[in-house]
Design a protein around this ligand. Structure first.
Ligand SMILES: [Ca+2]
Ligand SMILES: [Ca+2]
Ligand SMILES: [Ca+2]
Ligand SMILES: [Ca+2]
Length: 332
């Protein structure tokens, strides 16, 4: 396989990092979709004629895996914008984990999609992505799921020349002929968020914004805050100023739903620093993006903390949409 890698040409958004344009997500097509919506991806290469006793052939893809590919150093070369595929076996050569690698051509956002459940695999896949970057340093992101599926997806900021290595495995260590996977990397032409406020860990001369006493940025109604829960970054705390009257506060985290590896917990503190409310999930426990709602009648400076345990790097980005509407009607 040639090592020269071709990525989709697209307009650079250098300098826009977590800002700029509005959300426009388009999912890549199924590489073997036969148009029947029956989940069968194999019609192009012929079915097994109803022989249900044999495992299905691997799905058609541009880059069938090459074993051994069991370590970062053995990752097999693919390109973005084309599907790779393989099977998780435990035959000694395979080791139940498969690594791929490719190089990023342009600055922007890279979406990595690992498919198992969606194509009938027995696997509950997890996907790890290492980014080796002369610009942003080296980082790791791990994904276990995506909205509506156990299949992992990641959307992470990358730079031209970054080398990506991604591993794919079954979360429970499962292997066998039915444990197939597909993986696609695509460069996205959008920014996940439309930020009005960028996190600055050290704004105002503080060491970091990890605790209430060092909250150094103020949230306001209508803000979309963009931040990162990075390495050694033990939470990000922000101020929110509550006036006299009744203020209805809604704090909506946007991260996992758009491909961030972050699993955010949001906490609200009163002006004395006491915890009053904390949320880790959305309406379902499978939704990793919490929304915290609170009616506040006590004026003063309140605090909002964002955490993503375990925080493992600068790829763990998040957005926070802030609504804080005050009225003079304090009746409950
Ligand atoms: Ca394999
Ligand atoms: Ca392998
Ligand atoms: Ca931070
Ligand atoms: Ca912090």
């Amino acid at each position: 396989m040639p090592t020269a890698l071709l990525l989709l040409i697209w307009s650079s958004i250098e300098g826009c990092y977590l800002s700029c344009n509005s959300i426009q997500i388009s999912l890549p097509g199924n590489p073997g979709d036969d148009g029947n919506d029956d989940g069968n991806t194999n019609t192009e290469t012929g079915d097994s004629g109803g022989d249900t006793g044999t495992p299905p052939p691997p799905p058609p893809c541009t880059f069938p895996e090459v074993e051994p590919n069991n370590t970062l150093g053995e990752a097999f070369e693919i390109t973005a914008e084309a599907w790779a595929c393989g099977t998780l076996l435990s035959d000694g050569e395979d080791m139940g984990v498969d690594f791929v690698t490719f190089t990023v051509a342009e600055d922007g956002w890279l979406s990595l999609w690992g498919r198992g459940e969606d194509v009938g695999s027995f696997s509950d896949l997890s996907m790890s992505a290492w980014v080796y970057s002369e610009v942003g340093g080296d980082d790791l992101a791990i994904a276990y799921s995506s909205p509506g599926s156990s299949d992992p997806r990641l959307t992470i900021p990358v730079h031209a020349g970054d080398v990506i290595k991604a591993s794919i495995r079954d979360q429970n260590g499962g292997t066998g002929e039915q444990y197939i996977w597909e993986l696609l990397g695509t460069m996205e032409k959008y920014d996940p968020l439309d930020c009005t406020l960028e996190e600055d860990e050290t704004a105002g001369g503080v060491t970091n914004n990890d605790v209430v006493a060092r909250a150094n940025q103020t949230l306001a109604n209508g803000d979309t805050l963009c931040g990162v829960t990075g390495t050694s970054d033990n939470g990000d705390v922000y101020r929110i100023e509550i006036p006299e009257g009744r203020t209805d506060v809604v704090l909506e985290v946007i991260a996992w739903q758009l491909g961030s590896p972050a699993d955010i917990t949001i906490t609200l503190y009163d002006p004395t620093g006491e915890t009053v409310s904390s949320e880790a999930y959305g309406e379902l426990s499978t939704d990793l993006d919490p929304t915290l709602e609170r009616t506040i009648l006590e004026p003063g400076v309140w605090f909002v903390e964002i955490e993503s345990p375990p925080a493992v790097g600068d790829l763990y980005w998040y957005g926070l949409k802030v609504t804080a509407e005050t009225s003079t009607d304090t009746g409950i």
